[in-house]
Design a protein around this ligand. Structure first.
Ligand SMILES: C[S@@+](CC[C@H](N)C(=O)[O-])C[C@H]1O[C@@H](n2cnc3c(N)ncnc32)[C@H](O)[C@@H]1O
Length: 942
């Protein structure tokens, strides 16, 4: 079968054959001898094809040597013969073998047609003397079927008339045309090369494409690739066949070109090579190889030097080129040292921790007589041998320390996280952003601060939004909308800095880690240093309404030892049970941090900031909870261990405030009302920052009860509280409460507006679980206002710049200034209790975090009943409190253990915090007339 496919190719190639093949008609050659032998007899087996040659019973004998191509064709037909016989005998042909030829099975009808053409068929044009061949059949393309038109056999149309001469040299002697056909392509090159000598080439039978393809597929014994490679390596000039052809006559040239045109592409590409023509230009080299390596037996032999690897050649060439470029005329002498190449000199590290601190030659130098004496008595410190310059001791400082024998600790400013395997709190979920839960989202006013936020600070780039920045003073973070100096200069973008810092993660960038304290549960420590006032981490969690908070405390957290609830904004609470690790920060009466609420992009956010001094690696982070337990049973012993510890987790002691005469106050209010009270003074930078407009809510009664209410818990308390509430209720009406550090004039503008609109209360306070005001937010915050107001605006020394900035702003807004609104509220106040400045940077926070009732507290409670735990009473004001920076922290008491009613203390009311330890009646807003609706019932303390 393969022979049949290859046969047309053979025909092609044979058409290119020249020389002896034309002349040789030796039919005795076997198929094997046909291979690559120009003198061998081509496969000339000619036998009548039962199919296509049926009409040509007798093929004329070749007369001349110009019919090799025809020989091939005949070989094809010869190969068909047994096939036809096979079919005739009804034998099955193996598929592999018959793939192509079977496509032309013997068709009796056709055969009969061919043998005896029907009267309707076209008469043959061929002369009877010439044989007619069915080329389609020969080529194997007739397997596609015959097209017929009007009964006319197409096969007849496709017949070609071939001149008699083309049938020359058909030889029956070639027994295996297939083998011959396979091998011939290899001969083609040589034959083609010899074709230049051809004078008369035989016309080539038309070769159908399929046949060519089959020729390709009939793998030539010598792969084309190898041939190409050989050609490349030969290095000899390639003969140009075109030149050869030009020497030919027109006819010969045409024949050869035609022949090439039918060569496969690969062969065509190679047609001009020596390999193609089998021309050896190099002598054969015998090489010896040992273990896969070339062994050069006699290097003196004339064998050409081995070519260096290509890459090396390139490099050398490049180097040469460079050299030539550099010095085209001069050539460096062989062996002379290259001036460009200097011996490499080792570079030593000259800078480093102790580099440059060589030990002094005289180690006694600079020491006192006593020290010298001591050093002499310390032979181990005496210098011996060569000084260690690689890593010498810090001689200037260390030696003295060593002499004195002091313990010293190297400062470690680098990240020093705890080793792995630390006890960790039970699985807790972290949250890096506040998330509203339940009704909180619907009650949350999304843009309460936006109005204030609309104005820009007046800082210049050189100011860098420092302490005088009015945004900073009012705890508004700068951004593109409210600050004109840009990110690169502005220093008032703490939350943005924090985000930037922690974005990539990593212990150092985050800078904090939870650890287990000895006696206070878990805490947070720094594992890096923090600058004073630097932001450390954000306090995030779920923002919930008071009602939801109450529910959680009663249901979800009832068995908890700790609550992580902190009052937030708009009467909402942050529950950090799912939140950031800031919830693990413990309380200290001398804290190193502050929890501060800022307005960032119009929204309140809470974060822990370093205090006034830097924080070192490994320090525990603490802030003052300003904890308000409201009930004796909630009082916990403080274990902060600071010298000025208040003893219990209690409220921050207030500053001792000197009451001012009412006249003065009125005057003050008046003055502020006319907005001419903006007094400027050049004070210290700290004081500048404490521009605070404070409007505090208080009553005389309340003031008296201030501390008392917070801790007293007797049977009459409820009644008394009710009275108080009533009293307060009377005095309610309108009021502006701004417990936060001033909240500034900005907010006051808004307040003024709202007051003008008849809004009864405006409160911008961190202490959220507020009893006062707010008719707007959550359902539980709809209580009637209990507070009555005395308003006083105290403006502490402000810088001109700030004042100007603020007043400008106000002027720009056409607002009546803060004091206008406060004055309004002052009107409704029966008793005005003046108060001095409140917090500086920190807002008053209310944490609703119920801790463990310590055994001590429990004992006290048991022994004293409901009496006030003395230890809970704040003693003196701490330094921190003097700055007014402490947040309010309120702890909820255990309502489970008490059946008695409990009402919020005056303190709670003032702080805007209500925490009920709470019998159901107290929790019911309906029952507690005038009492705030907002009550947190903590039942979980154990
Ligand atoms: C918000 S949690 C702080 C994290 C807590 N230590 C923990 O392990 O989850 C507040 C509770 O920690 C405890 N705590 C914090 N500071 C304390 C202190 N200085 N003395 C005693 N207990 C403290 C109290 O039980 C408090 O109720």
């Amino acid at each position: 079968m393969a022979a049949i496919q290859a046969a047309p190719a053979v025909a092609e190639l044979d058409s290119l054959l020249c020389g002896s093949s034309f002349t040789s008609n030796d039919s005795t050659e076997t198929s094997s001898s046909n291979f690559a032998s120009p003198s061998s007899t081509p496969p000339t087996t000619v036998s009548p094809d039962s199919m296509s040659l049926a009409s040509e019973p007798d093929l004329p004998k070749p007369e001349s040597g110009i019919a090799p191509s025809i020989e091939a064709v005949i070989a094809v037909t010869d190969s068909h013969e047994p096939r036809a016989e096979q079919h005739a005998s009804g034998q099955q042909t193996p598929v592999g073998e018959d793939a192509i030829v079977v496509a032309e099975p013997p068709r009796p009808t056709e055969s009969s047609e061919l043998a005896e053409p029907s009267p309707t068929s076209r008469p043959r044009r061929a002369r009877s003397s010439l044989p007619v061949y069915n080329l389609a059949k020969l080529a194997g393309t007739d397997i596609h079927g015959k097209r017929r038109s009007k009964g006319d056999a197409v096969v007849d149309k496709r017949r070609r008339t071939i001149s008699e001469g083309t049938l020359a040299n058909h030889d029956d002697s070639a027994p295996n045309g297939s083998t011959d056909a396979l091998e011939r392509p290899n001969q083609a090159g040589q034959d083609n090369a010899d074709a230049s000598r051809t004078r008369g080439s035989a016309p080539v039978l038309h070769k159908p494409k399929s046949a060519r393809v089959s020729k390709k597929s009939s793998s030539s014994p010598v792969p084309a690739r190898l041939t190409r490679r050989a050609a490349r390596l030969s290095g000899a000039p390639v003969e140009n066949l075109t030149l050869k052809l030009s020497a030919l006559g027109k006819r010969g040239k045409k024949a050869i070109e035609k022949g090439f045109g039918r060569l496969s592409r690969e062969l065509l590409r190679l047609k001009d090579t020596d390999e193609f023509a089998h021309i050896d230009t190099r002598p054969v080299r015998y090489t010896v190889w040992s273990n896969g390596k070339y062994v050069d037996i006699d290097p003196s032999q004339e064998t050409p030097a081995r070519e260096p690897p290509r890459k090396k050649v390139k490099v050398d060439e490049k180097a040469n080129n460079d050299e030539q470029k550099a010095a085209p005329s001069e050539k460096p002498e062989a062996g002379a040292p290259d001036p460009a190449k200097k011996p490499r000199q080792k570079k030593w590290l000259e800078k480093g921790l102790y580099a440059g601190q060589e030990a002094p030659t005289d180690i006694f130098k600079g020491l006192t007589a006593q020290e010298k004496k001591k050093l002499a008595s310390l032979p181990e410190l005496m210098r011996r041998g060569k000084p260690n310059k690689t890593f010498p001791l810090p001689m200037y400082n260390g030696l003295r320390i060593l002499i004195h024998g002091r313990d010293f600790k190297l400062p470690f400013d680098v990240c020093n996280p705890l080793p792995p395997g630390q006890p960790k709190p039970a699985a807790y979920r972290t949250m890096t952003k506040n998330r509203f839960v339940g009704d909180a989202a619907s009650y949350w006013k999304k843009t309460p601060h936006i109005e204030d936020f609309a104005s820009k600070c007046v800082c210049k780039p050189e100011d860098g939004c420092g302490e005088d920045c009015q945004n900073r003073i009012m705890l508004y973070e700068c951004d593109e909308t409210n600050c004109g100096i840009g990110k690169e200069y502005c220093q008032n973008r703490a939350f943005q800095d924090l985000q930037e810092r922690t974005k990539k993660g990593g212990r150092y960038r985050i800078g904090v880690e939870v650890f287990k304290t000895k006696d206070r549960g878990y805490g947070v420590r720094s594992n890096r240093c923090f600058e004073p006032n630097q932001i450390i981490m954000e306090y995030t969690g779920e923002i919930i309404t008071v009602a939801e908070c109450e529910r959680r405390m009663n249901e979800e957290y009832k068995d908890n030892e700790c609550y992580y609830l902190m009052s937030f904004d708009q009467n909402m609470i942050i529950d950090a049970t799912t939140g950031s690790i800031a919830r693990f920060v413990n309380h200290s009466c001398s804290p190193n941090c502050r929890m501060i609420k800022w307005i960032v992009a119009g929204q309140p956010r809470m974060a822990l900031f370093a205090g006034d001094r830097p924080i070192m690696t490994g320090e525990e982070l603490t802030y003052d909870y300003n904890f308000d337990p409201f009930s004796a049973k909630n009082v916990q012993k403080c274990l902060c261990g600071s010298p000025n510890c208040r003893g219990v987790l209690g409220p921050k002691p207030k500053e001792v405030k000197t009451p001012k005469p009412a006249k003065e106050e009125k005057k003050s209010v008046k003055t502020t009302r006319t907005t001419k009270t903006t007094k400027t003074s050049k004070a210290s930078a700290k004081e500048k920052a404490t521009v605070r407009t404070t409007v505090k809510v208080s009553t005389k009664t309340a003031t008296k009860r201030k501390v008392k209410d917070a801790f007293e818990f007797d049977g009459d308390e409820e009644e008394e509280a009710a009275k108080t509430v009533k009293k307060r209720k009377i005095k309610t009406s309108t009021g502006v409460k701004r417990t936060v550090s001033s909240a500034g004039l900005k907010a006051a503008k808004g307040a003024a507006k709202k007051a003008a609109k008849g809004v009864t209360t405006i409160k911008r306070s961190v202490s959220t679980i507020s009893v006062s005001s707010k008719k707007k937010t959550g359902p539980s915050s709809s209580s009637k206002v209990v507070t009555t107001k005395a308003a006083k605006v105290t403006k502490k020394k402000t810088t001109t710049a700030v004042q100007r900035g603020v007043s400008k702003k106000i002027a720009g807004k056409k607002s009546t200034s803060t004091t206008t609104s406060t004055a309004t509220s002052a009107k409704s106040t029966t008793t005005a209790k003046p108060k001095t400045v409140v917090p500086s940077r920190s807002p008053s926070l209310t944490i609703v975090a119920a801790g463990v009732t310590t055994p001590a507290a429990q004992k006290k409670k048991n022994s004293k009943g409901s009496s006030t735990p003395v230890s809970a009473t704040p003693a003196t004001s701490s330094s921190a409190s003097a700055k007014g920076e402490l947040p309010k922290l309120t702890i909820s008491g255990s309502g489970k253990t008490s059946a008695r009613k409990w009402t919020p203390s005056r303190k709670a009311l003032e702080a805007g915090v209500v925490l009920a330890g709470s019998p159901a009646s107290a929790r019911s807003p309906a029952k507690a007339a005038g009492s705030p609706k907002i009550k947190l019932v903590s039942s979980g303390a154990k």
